[in-house]
Design a protein. Structure first.
Length: 191
């Protein structure tokens, strides 16, 4: 009986389930003077599942996660990428992203309670959930060999809806930029 492809480097196309994980660091107003008077927001760990679709020149995903540690809220993320393979070792991707969160998530990260308003001078604000950000990601993966690779991405995200209108966001910028670079290792369990 065989399941899957014996070649661990074979391209896999079509629909598939995927795991989803995100870590959000602690937000401490002591580290950001413009947020003085707001409560500390503890670190969060989100776990979930999603569905993905892969074809030779496109990949798409939709994930749903729950904050098992920290915010205890539902969040989701979806995106679609155009994929280009200029060489066998280099894969480039680019496409839009959208993120949403429920009411509890929006209030945790973008809300200002009456008590926090009095202490911080920011207007009290009770945001609702929904689409909270949208943006674009440009990514690249370079295979160093059959097991090791480098994955990187540059992401531009604009806070939208109730998140974009938050007095907390007004202390900074609705446009958020992120660069990530990581080393990957392929594991194969043959049994």
């Amino acid at each position: 009986f065989e399941f899957g492809d014996a070649d661990p480097l074979a391209k896999r196309y079509g629909f598939g389930l995927r795991g989803s994980f995100r870590y959000i660091g602690k937000r401490d107003p002591a580290d950001y003077p413009e947020l003085a008077g707001l409560s500390v927001v503890d670190q969060s760990v989100e776990l979930g599942m999603g569905i993905g679709y892969t074809a030779p020149n496109v990949q798409a995903f939709a994930d749903v996660r729950y904050g098992v540690i920290g915010h205890e809220s539902w969040v989701g993320e979806a995106g679609i990428d155009a994929v280009f393979n200029p060489t066998p070792d280099l894969r480039l991707r680019a496409g839009p992203r959208v993120c949403w969160g429920d009411n509890r998530y929006a209030r945790t990260y973008f809300g200002v309670t009456a008590a926090e308003s009095g202490a911080s001078g920011l207007a009290a604000y009770t945001p609702s959930g929904g689409a909270l950000s949208a943006g674009i990601e440009l990514g690249a993966f370079y295979a160093l060999n059959d097991e090791w690779g480098i994955d990187s991405a540059l992401t531009w995200t604009r806070l939208t809806g109730d998140a974009g209108a938050s007095p907390i966001v007004a202390q900074g910028d609705r446009d958020q930029f992120k660069l990530r670079v990581g080393l990957t290792k392929r594991f194969s369990f043959n049994f």
